[in-house]
Design a protein around this ligand. Structure first.
Ligand code: CP
Length: 350
């Protein structure tokens, strides 16, 4: 059987952040994802990873990510192992090995590398001690030691596969993304949420030359390096990037809106001495009006509604917007997780 040219074309690379790749490379992944989606719909076999094994370490729960990776590698002819941290001797960062710990991340990464073909990890929130950047450091430590690709299934800073599925859905909705207005907005939730999704969204949309507006109340700032990178992407790829503190103003004339909750980092280390969840949720509770309903959609230019899922219905968004609004991409984005991840696995894992 003849393999498509993209199979094995990015062998032995990690996928930790879309920012590690150029627009051209990300487009190659999206083109492969389009091909795999078409074949999936036609029930055409795609046995591009025969006998390959993906190890999936989940420190957090998941619906979309686990099932799309597990189904995806199977559909490519391979196999996925699901590993929760309690099934391992907890993989530990170097600074936490003293005075005693059984197994370092360096050990776990090297052992799994001898047995399989990629290691995928999800770690944020409590699992990363709500210390901003700690989850990403775990990811980088795995990548440092693994002899096979490490795939970021969401850490506390980035959710690159979500970003790929989303830009794929946006590209399906509007073939030419250049110059389209894309709003990444804070949305209210009573729960604590990482920075990963909004950060990956502002990065990937500026990488595709869109006119990106990041909207949030003061006190919900993203990381400085991400803002800087988004500005540089806008310069490099011919789009624009600006920050607004007014949700309605930001939505005006938008082609895409992505209202999604995240938590104020000022209450978490290293920005605060301790993890102060109570103050963070109290602070969030001041912004219950940051909700997307049909009134907010009417302000836009018939914008596509986007959310990574799971959306907090009644807090972030109304049911009507997700379920009845004809420009809701909610389920397309979920489905595209499968196709975008299969593309990366087919390109990186042979
Ligand atoms: N969007 C996303 O990552 O969903 P899950 O938490 O269900 O995996």
């Amino acid at each position: 059987m003849e393999m498509p040219k993209y199979v094995g074309s990015m062998r032995w690379k990690d996928f930790l952040n879309t920012q590690d790749y150029t627009q051209e490379e990300l487009t190659q992944i999206l083109d492969a994802a389009d091909d795999l989606k078409k074949k999936f719909k036609n029930r055409e076999p795609t046995p591009y990873l025969p006998g390959r094994t993906l190890f999936m370490i989940f420190y957090n729960r998941s619906l979309r990510t686990r099932n799309s990776f597990e189904a995806g590698v199977y559909q490519l002819g391979g196999h996925a192992h699901f590993l929760s941290p309690q099934d391992l001797y907890t993989p530990t960062l170097p600074e936490d090995m003293v005075p005693y710990a059984t197994e370092s991340i360096a050990d776990v990464a090297r052992v799994l590398s001898r047995m399989g073909d990629a290691i995928a990890i999800r770690i944020y929130g409590d699992a990363a001690k709500w210390t901003i950047g700690r989850g990403h450091r775990v990811m980088q430590e795995f990548a440092k030691w693994a002899e096979v690709p490490v795939l970021n299934m969401e850490d506390d800073l980035y959710h690159p596969f979500q970003a790929m599925a989303d830009i794929m859905a946006a590209r399906e909705a509007e073939r030419n993304l250049q110059g389209k207005k894309f709003v990444v907005s804070y949305a209210y939730s009573g729960g604590l949420k990482p920075l990963a999704v909004p950060q990956s969204e502002v990065l990937v949309t500026t990488q595709f030359g869109m006119d990106v507006v990041l909207a949030h109340p003061k006190g919900f700032e993203l990381e400085d390096n991400v803002i800087q990178a988004a500005k540089e992407n806008a310069d490099r790829y011919g789009g624009s990037f600006e920050v607004s503190y007014d949700m309605k103003e930001a939505f005006e004339g938008a082609n895409f809106v992505y209202p999604k909750a995240w938590s104020p980092k000022q209450f978490m280390p290293p920005y605060n001495a301790t993890v102060d969840k109570e103050s963070a949720t109290k602070h969030q509770d001041k912004y219950k009006s940051w909700l997307t309903d049909m009134g907010m959609i009417d302000v836009t230019d018939k914008a596509y509604y986007m959310h990574c899922g799971p959306a907090d219905r009644g807090q972030e968004v109304t049911d009507e917007v997700i379920d009845k609004y004809k420009c809701s991409l909610y389920f397309e984005e979920a489905e595209n997780r499968l196709h975008a991840q299969k593309a990366v696995m087919a390109m990186f894992m042979p």
